[in-house]
Structures are given as C-alpha cells and as structure tokens.
Write a protein that binds this ligand. Structure first.
Ligand code: UD1
Length: 420
C-alpha cells in the first residue's frame, strides 16, 4: 500500500489542470450498455474507479479500449453477453449499481449484486428499485443479488423521488430512454453531472428534457446509436485544489474549473476570506488575508456538496473563530475528524454536526485515509502543517484523484509517494 509523505508550510502557486469528472465519467461509460454501436468518450480521467467500471463493462461482454493510444479517449461498444454484475466488482465500487437500469432496459433482465454499506453510511438502493418497479420491472432480492426482469420491456410512468438521489435519477433516466412512452422523474437530482449524462444520451438518440432541473422528462425511443462525448471537468477535483490554494495562503489557476458548477462552494470560500474569480476557462483561487470561520450545511445540488465537506473541515480547522459543519446527506461522514484532531485541530462532533474551533497551526503526524474525500482533507492539513505528515492507505485517494502528487508538486508542494 502506497503512502504519501508531505512536508507542509509552503504556499502553492501555479497552474493545475482539472481532469474529467469521475462522477460523470462513470455513468457515461455505463451509457455504453444502451447501444450496440460505439460510444466514444474523451477527457476520461485516469483513476481507479474508471478502471473498475471498465472491468465491469468487459464482464458484460463489451469491448472497452483506448482510441489512438490516447488514454483520455475511450471507446465502448459490442454486444452484451452477460447481464450479471458480480459481488466482487459491485462491492469494490457502489456506482456499479448504475448498470441495473440500462441492462434491464436493453436486455429485459439483469442480476446485480446488492451493494453493502460503505465507510460513509448505509447507502440503500431502495429508490433505484422502486423507480424501476414503477416502470414495470419485477424485482426480487435473493442471495445478496437484485434479480430484475421486464419481459415486455419497460413502460414509461411518473416517478416521484422522495429524496433527490443522484444515482437513482441517473439509473432511471438511462433506463427510461428505451422504455415505451413517456417517463417523468419528479424531484430529480439537479447536479451538473445529470446534464452531462443527458447531453450524451441525447447525442445517442435519446429524447430527454429538463436535466439539471427537478423535473426530467424522457420520451422512450426504440434504440440508441453511437456518439462521441467529452466528459465535463471535475467540479469536486477543482474545489479540492481550490482548498489547497486557500489553506496554504497561495494562488492557483485551475484550468477547466467552472465557478458556475461550484456556486455554493464559491460563496463559502468568499465568506471565509478566499478570493475566487473566473478568467476564461480558468478558475483562479487565492488568499492573502486571514481565514474566517463559517457555518456550512451539506445539501443536494445546488447546495453545498457533501463531497467537499471533508476538505472544508481541514480548511476551517485553521480559520479564525469557530465554524459549524452539518452533514445532511450521509450519516457517517466525519471519519476524518479524529485524524485531523491528531494533527492539532480542535473539532467536536455532535450527531450530524461538527464544531470546529480554529487553531493557529497544525502539526504533521502519521494519519490514515478512510475514504476518498477524507483522504484529501488530510493532504490539505498536511500541506498547511508544520513538519512531516505521513498519509497511509492512499488507495482511497487513487480511486478518484489523478496524479495528485505531480499536480501538487508542480505548484511548490513537498509531497512524495512512497511504495511499500
Ligand atoms: C453520488 C456521488 C457521491 C456523492 C453523492 C451525493 C457518484 C458515483 N457518487 O452518490 O460522490 O457524495 O452522489 O452528492 O456519483 N439513498 C437512499 N436510497 C437510495 C439512494 C440513495 O436512501 O436508493 C440515500 C443515500 O443513502 C444517501 C443519500 O440518499 O444518504 C444520497 O445518495 P445519492 O444522492 O443516491 O448518492 P450516490 O448516487 O450514491
């Protein structure tokens, strides 16, 4: 297992190119199941979760290959030979559940392992299943697997989601593209990734309107065809590096960053004393004055993203005054708190809220990553801390961030990867 060794205390200056979005790319790859023709994706991030999704698609019989030796360009295509998503892949990556809707829509049957809980919460998939049942699927749970059948195909209907689940909206949107008639998804998730997925599906011949709003309408078509689509840039990667500029008192130009996708995050930065500007396709983030404590509550988009919570926790741990962060999306997403406290932060958790009393400085320590975003909060703390931080279990980070050490080192960070 690799570790990172970080020597903190240097402001970061320079440019970082933001890669394609993990949370869009995963679903766009899955969209390849909806057609027998070739779907070509560009701006593909080189991260472990994408590799896991490629393995899953290959297991379904698809060919996934790079185009012209360019590892950021992938082509997905071929016939589906297996409608089963096995436990060993689904348990590794929960987003595997996204194949359920497309397999069911195209092959009229699917068998997908039930994802278990994960480090940040129990994460049930009931909304995915209820929505597919509304479209006419017969679903049974047996031996840890979801067995879904729709012998005559799916039929469009009105689905009201009790919670704007990202994954359920995407699964249902993909399934509905090949259903008979019209599907409406009410209280749909509104994340920018939803718009990216709908744009790609529409380029493949789907008829979707309203993506990015709480009301998505999908008119089913007979078949989808091949297309080429560029994956949107990763707003969470962008927000994460913005935190690196902010916590070190630096100045970073984030190429491909888009403030329009980060409204609530930009407002939080500004309130905390961090300057954020858009200059063409570059988001510039700098801090010259002191950091101020602020209160944050995570919410579905356009609210403050839960995927930025851990990084802001690190940032606010060195802000003047007290801050409060309330996590409303996942029930167990404060695993980074004890690790940050070991570095000198003063954070107390009470239920779903954390009170952060800002300290003047953090000190380097050996710490352990617990999940993807929590890992980066510890890197951020390490970049600001005096002395050396050794971060173990870096594999959590490699799931979703590409070339972290190279991107940070190019801006002046002292960070190296040590292979065991
Ligand atoms: C996606 C993102 C993840 C992000 C999350 C919230 C991907 C691959 N992952 O996860 O990075 O943190 O959105 O922005 O895109 N829930 C149910 N029943 C369901 C589905 C969800 O109770 O059927 C609950 C979950 O347990 C969780 C909440 O709803 O507490 C949010 O889940 P959801 O929006 O579905 O997130 P994901 O799609 O899993």
């Amino acid at each position: 297992m690799d570790r990172f060794i970080i020597r903190g205390g240097r402001p970061l200056h320079g440019e970082i190119t933001i890669g394609g979005a993990k949370n869009a790319g995963l679903k766009l790859l899955v969209a390849g199941l909806l057609t027998s023709e070739r779907l070509v994706l560009t701006n593909v991030p080189h991260i472990a979760d994408i590799a896991t999704m490629e393995s899953l698609l290959r297991q379904h019989g698809l060919t996934v290959e790079t185009v012209g030796g360019d590892k950021t360009k992938l082509s997905v295509g071929g016939e589906i030979t297996s409608t089963e998503a096995p436990y060993d892949i689904v348990s590794k990556m929960r987003a595997s559940i996204l194949v359920l809707g497309p397999l069911l829509a195209r092959c009229r049957e699917a068998r997908v392992s039930l994802p278990g809980g994960c480090a940040i919460g129990t994460r049930p998939v009931d909304l995915h299943l209820k929505g597919l049942e509304t479209l006419g699927a017969k679903i049974t749970l047996e031996n840890g697997y979801i067995n879904a059948r729709a012998p005559n195909g799916l039929t469009g209907d009105r689905i009201v989601l009790p919670f704007a689940s990202v994954g359920a909206t995407e699964n249902l949107m993909m399934a509905a593209t090949l259903a008979h008639g019209r599907t409406e998804i009410v209280n749909a998730a509104r994340e920018p990734e939803m718009v990216d997925l709908a744009d790609c599906l529409n380029a493949m011949g789907a008829r979707i309107t309203g993506a990015g709003t709480g009301h998505i309408i999908i008119d089913g078509v007979e078949a989808l065809h091949g297309a080429e689509h560029r994956i949107m840039s990763d707003r969470i990667e962008c927000g994460t590096y913005a935190c690196a500029a902010a916590i070190t008192g630096g100045d970073l130009r984030l190429i491909g960053g888009n403030v329009d996708h980060l409204g609530a995050v930009v407002r939080a930065f500004e309130e905390a004393g961090v300057e954020v500007t858009q200059e063409g396709d570059v988001m510039r983030v700098r801090r010259t004055g002191a950091l101020r404590g602020i209160d944050i509550m995570t919410e579905p988009y356009p609210g403050f993203p839960t995927d930025m919570q851990a990084q802001f926790m690190a940032l606010l741990s060195v802000a003047e005054g007290a801050s409060m962060i309330t996590e409303t999306i996942f029930e167990n997403r404060f695993m980074h708190v004890p690790e940050l406290n070991r570095m000198g932060a003063r954070i107390n958790v009470h239920g779903s809220s954390a009170i952060i009393r800002g300290v003047h400085s953090l000190s380097g320590a050996p710490v352990m990553a617990t999940d993807l975003r929590a890992s980066f909060s510890l890197i951020l703390a390490g970049l600001a801390a005096h002395g050396e931080t050794i971060l173990s279990r870096v594999y959590h980070l490699d799931r979703g961030y590409e070339a972290v050490e190279r991107k940070l080192a190019a801006c002046g960070a002292q960070i190296e990867r040590v292979k065991d």
